[in-house]
Unconditional design. Structure first.
Length: 421
């Protein structure tokens, strides 16, 4: 009788155990992928929908696959080696390669940080708030959360913030799109001879995989204490995050494709314009939800990007790092984080500064570094001395190198179009 009851409970107990194990590991992959939908990413997705309707939705499938491949490699290296990506680059390729990586990544991240606070200013501007008030408050808020918090509470807060991205699917449904056409063009590529169409494809892929993501994800996996035993669940976290962030991108494109695409002014030069432009077509509520998603994305990215840079620099130079350490235990780490947050916010407050150029410059800097990061990662993950039996299988190398080559070609095109255009 007792054995029968135990057997009856065992499926539920097994499911519960697996769910709790997943929730315990959930965090690094989910957060990293969602931060990728920052104001620059939202601007790119909004412009894609506004200018081409649903025609570019098909690009989200290959970019999702590429994102999963690259993110999984970073997470696996962190779990198996117990070291961050900067640590491994310094140990395996020398200080010169590490220094170059840190300098370019630092510049790219700083431009990105400026664009995050610019997004916050734009989003709050919809509600009539002055950037001279909201930007310092936002900077202080993210500084307190990261510097004064500990890893687990901070991670839970960031996961909750990531869920606010559900505002975009609601906005898309309120826009009443042609779902049949949207689904069709998600799976059936649409080819267009317009040069702007190719530029937009490059922009969509270029905003999906960025160098900082790999450094932050691997460092977060190490700090969370994930190892080879619980890595399979961590892999699920990575895949879940990548799919979730691309689903959100899908709804952003759909929302703007169903509304702004049919207007006479599809050009979007400020991400807040997309929220304002939704109002006549989808209603005030949809517009406010879009703006709320932008504000949340700005704050989330403004917290994580400086953190990624701090991890990268401190790992590369051998300084103590980590949110679980106190200020006195990792002073370089926290001072660097403070300077990045404060400096990024201060730049946004300069009157008349062309903030859109910072987004373009950050894409160029990311483009310069991304090919190096991808090649470093592939070389590192194939070294048996580091990875043992967890190194890439032949099919994984094929997918990884294909992804790297495609990203190098597209990134070169992105740099060219950014500089020439």
């Amino acid at each position: 009788m007792i054995q029968t009851a135990t057997r009856r409970r065992s499926p539920f107990a097994l499911i519960s155990a697996r769910l709790f194990a997943f929730l315990a590991v959930l965090g690094p992959g989910f957060i990293t992928a969602n931060v990728d939908n920052d104001p620059g990413g939202i601007l790119t997705y909004s412009q894609a929908g506004a200018e081409f309707g649903y025609q570019l939705l098909w690009t989200l499938i290959p970019t999702t696959i590429a994102l999963i491949v690259v993110q999984e490699m970073a997470a696996r290296m962190g779990a198996i080696t117990g070291k961050g990506l900067s640590d491994l680059i310094r140990e395996e390729f020398g200080l010169r390669a590490t220094f170059f990586t840190m300098v370019v990544l630092g510049l790219a991240d700083f431009f990105n940080i400026v664009s995050e606070f610019a997004g916050l200013a734009s989003g709050m501007g919809i509600f009539g708030a002055s950037k001279y008030i909201v930007v310092p408050i936002g900077a202080a808020l993210v500084w307190i959360v990261i510097v004064r918090g500990r890893y687990k509470p901070v991670e839970r807060l960031l996961i909750i913030a990531s869920l606010i991205y559900f505002a975009y699917p609601v906005s898309a449904f309120l826009a009443k799109p042609n779902w049949d056409l949207a689904i069709k063009q998600t799976f059936v590529p649409v080819f267009n001879s317009n040069p702007a169409y190719l530029v937009m494809i490059v922009g969509l892929i270029g905003t999906t995989i960025t160098p900082w993501m790999q450094f932050y994800l691997q460092a977060a996996v190490v700090e969370k204490g994930i190892n080879r035993r619980n890595y399979p669940i961590c892999r699920l976290d990575v895949i879940t995050g990548c799919i979730f962030t691309e689903v959100i991108a899908f709804f952003i494109v759909v929302a703007c494709g169903a509304t702004i695409y049919h207007s006479h002014h599809p050009e979007i030069t400020d991400v807040a314009q997309a929220a304002i432009a939704l109002r006549p077509f989808a209603g005030k509520f949809a517009s406010l939800l879009f703006a709320a998603g932008l504000i949340n994305a700005s704050l989330l990215s403004a917290a994580i990007l400086p953190l990624a840079t701090s991890y990268n620099v401190c790992e590369g130079l051998g300084f103590e790092s980590g949110v679980d350490r106190r200020f006195s235990e990792a002073p370089i780490f926290y001072w660097l984080y403070t300077l990045l947050v404060g400096g990024g916010a201060a730049v946004v407050l300069i009157p008349g500064l062309p903030l859109l150029k910072f987004i373009i410059y950050s894409q160029v800097a990311n483009g310069i570094l991304l090919p190096f990061v991808l090649v470093y990662m592939i070389l590192l993950i194939n070294r048996p001395r580091l990875m043992g039996t967890f190194k890439n299988e032949p099919w994984q190398n094929f997918v990884a190198w294909t992804t790297a080559i495609i990203m190098i070609v597209l990134t070169a095109a992105l740099i060219y179009t950014s500089l020439v255009g």
